[in-house]
Design a protein around this ligand. Structure first.
Ligand code: DQA
Length: 138
């Protein structure tokens, strides 16, 4: 089983960025624990602040991997290109958010990608990624 985690803009700053909302753990630290919890799963990780690079990565793995866990960051709320990309590939994509976007500003309430995704998980902190993996394993 091969799963690709894709993180979008500003998520390279996890642990430093607004810790009251996103926590104080870096993604790299969380990722090593996640890999230990799922030794049977090959978990690849990619992060970019650039919309087109996220699309390139999703296209690259989307026909050979078993699933993608995607936190598109703020592009969630703006990107029709990501919506189209998710629809274009073969493997399921789970949309994740660390924070509960529905408890936050109105502009975070709409996602352009949810309708193209298999499911959505938000609000469980970094644990949202693990729950998305559980969903894909099912
Ligand atoms: C986020 C929520 C988005 O609204 C925000 O732009 C992010 C992070 C989250 O994981 O909670 O960058 O996707």
């Amino acid at each position: 089983m091969k799963i690709q985690i894709v993180n979008g803009p500003n998520l390279n700053l996890l642990g430093v960025r607004e810790p009251g909302i996103y926590g104080s753990e870096s993604f790299e630290s969380y990722l090593s624990k996640l890999r230990e919890q799922y030794p049977e799963v090959e978990i690849e990780y990619y992060q970019s602040n650039v919309e087109g690079e996220l699309i390139n990565k999703i296209q690259e793995v989307g026909f050979s991997f078993d699933g993608i866990v995607l936190n598109a960051g703020a592009y969630t709320h703006t990107s029709i290109a990501l919506h189209d990309c998710i629809r274009a590939i073969k493997c399921p994509v789970v949309e994740v958010h660390i924070s509960n976007v529905h408890q936050r500003e109105d502009f975070r309430h709409h996602s352009f990608i949810s309708a193209a995704c298999k499911g959505v998980i938000c609000g469980f902190g970094l644990n949202s990624y693990r729950l998305a993996i559980e969903g894909l394993l099912d």
